[in-house]
Design a protein around this ligand. Sequence first.
Ligand code: UD1
Length: 420
Amino acid sequence: MDKFIIEGGNKLEGEVEVKGAKNSTLPILAATLLTEDKFIIENIPRVRDIFTMKRVLETLGASISIKKDTAYIDTRGAIGYEAPYELVKQMRASYYVLGPLISRLGRARVSLPGGCAIGSRPIDLHIKGIKALGADISVVHGYIEAYAENLEGSNIQLKGASGPSVGATINTMMASVKANGVTIIESAAKEPEVVDVADFLIKCGAEIKGAGSNRIEIKGVDNLSGCEYRIIPDRIEAGTLTVAAAITKGDVVIKNVEPIHIEAIVDKTKEIGADISSGEDWIAVKMTSEIKPTNIETSPYPGFPTDMQAQFTSLLTLADGISIVKDKIFEERFMHVPELVRMGANLKRESDYVIIKGVPYLSGAQVMASDLRASAALLIAGLAAQGTTEISRIYHIDRGYENIEERLSKLGASIWRLRE
Ligand code: UD1
């Protein structure tokens, strides 16, 4: 398993470009299964999760090749209905084939993903959405089995105990685009990735209104066709680079961003003392002051994203005072806390929040990555720490950040990958 070695303390300076959004690429690749045609999808991030989704599509019988940042997909011909455990256990988002398969074939068998490092992660809302369209769904031998002669439009309330669900909104939307009549999704997730998937489906011929609000209306169409589509920039990668610039007292221009998508992150980074300016598709982050403490509570878009909680926690370990970071969306998402303590941070976890007492410096240590964003948090801490940080199990980082060591090196970081 590869490791990162980081010599901390270098300021990040220069320009860096953000890649396409992993979390909209995954469902958009799955959505190509909805119809029999050819697709060209641009601005694909070359990260491990995308290659896992490529394997899922290939297993189902589609053909897909990825050249540089463009995917060429052909979904003509027969496709299968089963996404096996071997693939779904590697990446939960494989469940995105459920909606497209039930729509196209009237049948789907998708392994239940199980828990993961950030908690139990139920999928009851995905099942509720697709069931409401008239599918017969059961969970047998660890698989979700769904059948439907016809899918019928319906009024669906998708609010869960922890608020709206990005995944369930997208899966239900994909399942309903060819259903008979009109589907209304109430309490829909409003994340930019939901809008990106809707825009892709509209380009294929779907009739969808209201994506980006909490009420999405989908009028079923008889057929969809292939198209060319460009994925939006990854807002979490943009946010991660923003925090990396701030913690190293850097001066970085981040290009290929959609500033409106990262407003909550930018506001918080300004609050802790950074100067941030922005243009149409870039932001510039400059940090000259000490890091000020702040409090954060994650919430659905447009609130502060749970996917940035861990990285911001790293930043606040060096703040001049006490901060509190709360995450009620994923209450177990604090695996980075004990690792940051190993680097000299003063953190205390209490149920769904962490109390952070800023320290003057972090010291490099051997730490272990546990999930995608927790690993990004350790990377950020390592960039600022005194001495050498060794991060093991970095396959978690490779799931969501393309060539991150090369891009950080270009900004002046001392970081190497040790291949094992
Ligand atoms: C997506 C993102 C993930 C991000 C999350 C929240 C992808 C591949 N992943 O995950 O990076 O952290 O959105 O922005 O896009 N829930 C239920 N029942 C369900 C589904 C979800 O109770 O059927 C709960 C979850 O446990 C969580 C909350 O709803 O507490 C939000 O989860 P959800 O928006 O579904 O996250 P994902 O789509 O899995």
